[in-house]
Design a protein around this ligand. Structure first.
Ligand code: MOS
Length: 750
């Protein structure tokens, strides 16, 4: 058989779980059958700030089928307060009488049926002491604080800006957006004596186990969290949420399983969200387009107790060469629930500001925006002078421009028309840090050439299990079909949360490492044996391929024979990886539910980022200002692409969300009451088929030998980043109107 090592990574592979997903066989956590469950329904606050003075539960309790009602008066002190996305204080619920935000959980009704629980929940009468809330930026009582956290800074940006011959000095803003993955937010809890099982879709199986155990003051080893599939994450199912511990407590009180499926509106107020942001960007440049000054200051909304921010200037300061950079982040505390991360958390809002400003600068210089980016491209970061592990921004811009047909663009605003339609072509750069965490895995290999990969991995729609199977098959010399991936439970070896685009890098590298141990044990034993074709050979020259141990010159020994030398049955290997740069405690912490992610902008050796570019065409009706987006071309270079088939889908999904995020999506907040208005799918706008024309994705080849052993940069989030700016830039090209406040809706163009 041919030597086919390395034959699977980078080749398109069909999802290993595709069939069971589309046929409805895949079991999502809320599908798990449990014996004789009670059903929970949340009562959420009708005010954004104040105190729960009391509750009249009489009518609710009288509802047939009602079993119990939890509220702060009867659960007080039994559950430790939740921690926020940063592991620090966050808004609480039922921990006391305090109401921090609209739609906070104030009671949990338990009944024999979902319908009875819902009916009773509607009959709970809550008596509030209402205080005047602050809704958002500029609201009376909003408390803005400078957040100092190693802000990128070099040179003297203020002086350089003051003396720059060409300047851009503008403010940009992005709206609140709320998580709406297809799968609703659900939790089922079952106690078996002292052992608790939590069925909950999560991006962080060990993190969920750790946080529930901490909140209930029990040992994490007594908690099993199960999440085989997750119907969309995007950051919504990463942080611990306020419902899990209450459902666990409810199940304990009732001595029976409890199921909760929060409604769509409740999802808006009981999970984290993308906070609204504001930006002040100052760019100074020479007349030939060289950046001399970059100032980027951001403001982000936060809850009263939390200072969580996404702090995207850590990234925007590194995109272009510039000798003078100053950045700052401000956190603005108001009476809202704690914000968190949503796809491309730092770069989606912050790159909107930077990439809009770059386009404005291109117009001010009368220069093509791609050429402006070329002039300021860099292979080292401008702050510390450290090299990027690899960086293919210009290749992405050039590849996408060529396919898009950018050379046919006439730059003057309003200069391209077809009948009543103004045509606008815009582009923007995209970037996302390449992150990796410590991870573990157990791999077992049978003599017949079947392997099982066990890890508490997460499948949030990305094709994560397939990616792992591809790497295992590639390195063990098997086919993808020979690999069984066993994921999704907290009694399996831990991996980091599926967030921050670290998943492929973390899981694939540890799988490759464990497979290398399998190979080296078989190779060593073969080299030392008298009955092997490889007696006396250098074990380093032997590889696993085609269900055999293969050596130089095509010599081979069947897998069964090589395996029999080291084990009487199945060979099991436990692998652990600790990427250089993480503290030595990162592995032990992972088991406890605290993952440490080595972020691309925080590494001491290289700057690790993926790059990309979006090109988009808008057509805007001359009179009605209706906006159409017939086509987009996006290109990305993100190191090794394990599976181009699922990678393309992932990036396309990001581009489409970027489009919806720029043109449609925003949560409306009623300013006097600080309540969310459009908490449903009729009023919260997301793109539909008619809104999305052709979306073309180019995977630009890139080999990165420094980012991590397999050269994986991650693609989960980068697809969305920059599309908002590309659209705003296209809208300016079509109309001459610069929209600096998202979303870009018709009324802003009239
Ligand atoms: Mo991603 S927003 O870190 O789930």
């Amino acid at each position: 058989m041919a030597d086919d090592a390395g034959r699977l990574i980078g080749k398109p592979a069909v999802r290993v779980d595709g069939k069971i997903k589309v046929t409805g066989v895949a079991r999502y956590p809320s599908d798990e059958p449990v014996l004789h469950p009670a059903y929970a329904y949340l009562v959420t606050s009708a005010i954004a700030k104040g105190r729960v003075r009391g509750m009249n539960l009489d009518a609710a309790r009288a509802t047939p089928g009602v079993l119990d009602i939890l509220n702060h008066q009867n659960v007080n002190g039994q559950v430790q307060p939740l921690l926020g996305p940063d592991g620090k204080a966050t808004t609480t619920s039922m921990d006391g009488d305090r109401v921090w935000s609209d739609g906070q959980i104030v009671a949990v009704v338990l009944a024999e049926t979902y319908e009875a629980a819902r009916e009773a929940a509607y009959k709970v009468v809550v008596d509030y002491d209402v205080e005047k809330p602050s809704a958002t930026f500029d609201s009376p009582g909003a408390d803005a604080q400078r957040k100092v956290e190693n802000d990128p800074k070099v040179g003297d940006a203020a002086a350089a800006f003051a003396s720059a011959p060409v300047k851009i000095d503008e403010r940009y803003s992005t709206p609140t957006q709320h998580h709406n993955p297809m799968e609703l937010f659900a939790t089922t809890c079952v106690w078996d004596g002292a052992k608790l099982t939590v069925y909950e879709a999560t991006q962080n199986i060990y993190g969920l186990r750790g946080s529930v155990a901490r909140q209930l003051s029990i040992d994490p080893s007594t908690v099993l969290t199960v999440s085989h599939y997750c119907g969309g994450g995007f950051g919504s199912k990463g942080p611990a949420n306020p419902r899990t511990a209450w459902i666990a407590l409810a199940a304990k009180r009732l001595r029976r399983p409890v199921k909760l499926v929060a409604t769509r509106p409740q999802g808006f107020t009981t999970t984290t969200y993308r906070a609204e942001t504001r930006h002040h960007v100052q760019l100074g440049a020479t007349r030939d387009g060289k950046l001399t000054a970059l100032v980027h200051e951001g403001w982000e909304v936060a809850s009263r107790p939390s200072s969580y921010t996404v702090s995207g200037t850590q990234c925007t300061a590194l995109v272009y060469a510039c000798p003078n950079v100053t950045t700052a982040i401000n956190v603005v505390h108001v009476d809202r629930s704690t914000a968190g991360y949503m796809r491309g958390p730092p770069t989606t809002p912050y790159m909107f500001a930077l990439e809009s400003a770059i386009d404005e600068l291109a117009y001010a210089l009368n220069m093509d925006p791609i050429e402006l980016r070329r002039i300021n491209d860099t292979q080292v970061d401008p702050i510390l002078g450290m090299a990027f592990s690899s960086r293919s921004l210009m290749k992405c811009l050039d590849a996408a421009a060529a396919r898009f047909g950018w050379s046919r663009r006439t730059p003057a605003p309003g200069s391209m028309r077809e009948g009543d339609w103004l045509i606008g072509w815009g582009c923007a750069a995209s970037t996302y840090p390449s992150n990796i965490g410590s991870a573990t895995v157990r791999i077992s290999l049978t003599p017949t050439g079947k392997a099982t990969v066990q890890m508490a991995a997460h499948e949030i729609g990305t094709g994560a299990y397939t990616t792992v199977a591809v790497v295992a098959a590639d390195r063990l010399g098997l086919q993808v079909d020979d690999i069984t991936v066993q994921p999704g439970e907290s009694d399996l070896p831990p991996v980091p949360r599926a967030g921050g685009s670290n998943n492929a890098a973390s899981t694939c590298n540890v799988v490759a490492k464990a497979c290398e141990e399998v190979r080296s044990r078989l190779a060593m034993a073969a080299a030392q044996a008298n009955d092997s074709a490889f007696s006396g050979a250098d074990p380093a020259t032997l590889r696993l391929a085609g269900r055999a141990l293969v050596g130089p010159g095509g010599r081979r020994e069947p897998l069964a024979k090589a395996l029999a030398r080291v084990t009487g049955g199945t060979l099991e290997v436990h692998g652990e990886s600790l990427p250089e740069g993480l503290p030595p405690t990162a592995l032990a912490d992972l088991y406890k539910g605290t993952d440490a992610i080595l972020r691309g902008e925080q590494r001491k050796d290289v700057r690790a980022f993926a790059f990309g570019a979006h090109f988009v065409e808008v057509r805007i009706h001359r009179q009605t200002r209706e906006i159409r987006t017939p086509r987009a071309v996006s290109a990305f270079a993100a190191g090794t692409i394990i599976n181009p088939f699922t990678a393309r889908s992932q990036l396309m999904g990001g581009a489409i969300w970027g489009l919806g995020s720029a043109l449609h999506e925003a949560t409306e907040i009623d300013l006097p009451t600080a309540r969310l208005v459009n908490t449903n799918f009729a009023d919260y706008m997301v793109p539909v088929n008619a809104d999305v024309g052709q979306v073309d994705v180019i995977l630009v080849p890139e080999v990165d030998t420094r980012v991590n052993p397999l050269g994986i940069k991650g693609i989960g989030e980068i697809g969305i980043v920059g599309m908002n700016a590309a659209l705003a830039n296209a809208v300016f090209h079509a109309t001459g109107k610069r929209i600096r406040d998202l979303p870009i809706r018709i009324e802003k163009l009239l």
